[in-house]
Design a protein around this ligand. Structure first.
Ligand code: GLU
Length: 423
């Protein structure tokens, strides 16, 4: 074979070879389809700057500033004392899965059998497995934007196509039934719903969910992934609904995802779960059996105790979160550069910042994007926030108010000064 024929025939292999510097392990192509989680990246940046002695207030990560309640920790200690330190069934202990079915009935009026539950290492792994088990190349996943940073990357990793629908602040960050209907194609595999939402805190009412369900009824090939991780973080007496509460007929094509991270301040324990059709739960469990095996046995025991309750401590947390949200809303109320609406859940504010775009810092740098603005806040004022580009809708930035009131007050003052200093 001539050299030129060899090159033509093997161009892909050669291209891959040339991509990696000599003596380096070349990475799979799929690594081009994802980026590191922007929320985790910003949190890590803030920690690194603090470690260097810089005065940084982090509003970047979605993590309650409270400690995991003592009685939940005590359940973990007891589990260790009882020898629950070995492998458990891959998809979770019977006790935890049964507790989850009881919770779904108690809090959500949803009926699941134990073999319709899988427990994983955080909600993120459960979503990852659910999408990995179902997406074929070219399948489309509808993701209302702004969205939680990891949804599109997980879809892309499995060669699916994320289909974004813009839901700006003027629409209260919510997906309209007409937008949904217009986005569905024959390739649509899933729609992802997340209420209360990360990053906006917006909450879909029963009527709004009914209207979306009405559209979905016309498209039986579209499945629904509902990420309910912020279920318990609702304010001003607002109540939580899952789409299945208003449309039980969608049960067979819905995957309900939840976890203990946010409500019980157990982010580090890494316990999430899903409830759904048996064959899908089995497939997700099989995937897990070839990747991580069971989530931590000790965390599972703690999660079972957390879910069993009592969870009356949440009342105080909710009151405090609502006060902090209200503080930020009033602190930024008269800043014409910023746009805000009052969210009813989660612990985020997704703040429009088109008023700062085009302005210049005292160092002579022009703010062209929300990312530039967040860099300016971090570098010049020591406030870590996450820019809207990571969440798929610009120009905005997200702050998490799940931090101490003192931190929040301090950070808001800095943000106000930062904006005031722009020319
Ligand atoms: N979900 C949280 C956040 O958005 C934790 C970080 C992450 O996993 O994205 O900040």
């Amino acid at each position: 074979m001539s050299f030129s024929r060899f090159v033509i025939k093997n161009w892909l292999h050669l291209a891959r070879f040339l991509e990696a510097p000599i003596n380096m392990i070349s990475l799979a192509h799929r690594m081009n389809w994802i980026k590191p989680s922007p929320t985790l990246a910003m949190a890590a940046k803030a920690i690194a700057l603090k470690a260097q002695g810089k005065d940084v207030i982090s509003l970047s990560i979605g993590e309650p500033n409270y400690d995991t309640p003592e009685w939940i920790k005590a359940a973990a200690v007891q589990a260790m004392a009882d020898g629950q330190t070995k492998y458990t069934p891959v998809g979770g202990t019977f006790d935890l899965k049964q507790t989850i079915t009881q919770k779904l009935k108690r809090d959500n009026g949803l009926i699941y059998e134990v073999d319709q539950i899988v427990v994983g290492t955080g909600g993120k792994q459960v979503i990852f497995n659910g999408l990995m088990a179902t997406i074929n190349p070219g399948d489309e996943v509808i993701i209302p934007a702004p969205y939680w940073v990891s949804y599109p990357d997980i879809v892309s990793l499995f060669e699916g196509t994320p289909v974004f629908i813009n839901c700006p602040i003027e629409k209260e960050f919510k997906l309209l039934p007409s937008q949904l209907a217009a986005s569905i194609t024959l390739q649509t595999k899933w729609i992802i719903l997340n209420s209360p939402s990360n990053p906006t805190g917006c909450v879909y009412s029963k009527d709004e969910l009914s209207a979306l369900a009405e559209v979905l009824r016309n498209f039986p090939h579209v499945n629904i992934l509902t990420d309910d991780i912020y279920e318990y973080l609702l304010y001003d007496g607002d109540s939580f609904s899952n789409i299945l509460n208003v449309a039980p007929d969608l049960y067979d094509r819905t995957l309900v995802v939840n976890g203990v991270s946010k409500a019980y301040s157990m982010t580090g324990w890494r316990i999430g779960y899903a409830a759904g059709p048996k064959h899908l739960i089995q497939a997700m469990t099989d995937l897990q059996s070839q990747s991580t095996s069971n989530p931590s046995s000790i965390s599972q025991a703690a999660a079972a105790a957390a879910i069993r309750g009592p969870n009356d401590f949440l009342k105080e947390w909710r009151t405090n979160f609502a006060m902090r949200r209200d503080y930020v809303l009033s602190a930024f109320a008269n800043i014409p550069e910023l746009q805000l609406i009052k969210p009813m859940g989660a612990f985020y504010l997704y703040i429009g910042c088109k008023g700062v775009v085009g302005k210049t810092t005292t160092q002579g740098k022009t703010i062209q994007t929300d990312n530039d603005f967040c860099t300016y806040l971090l570098e010049d004022y020591g406030v870590a926030a996450v820019s809207g580009d990571g969440f798929g809708l610009s120009p905005y930035f997200r702050i998490s108010y799940a931090t101490s009131t003192k931190n929040l007050e301090n950070a808001c003052e800095r943000i106000k000064s930062a904006i005031k200093a722009l020319i």
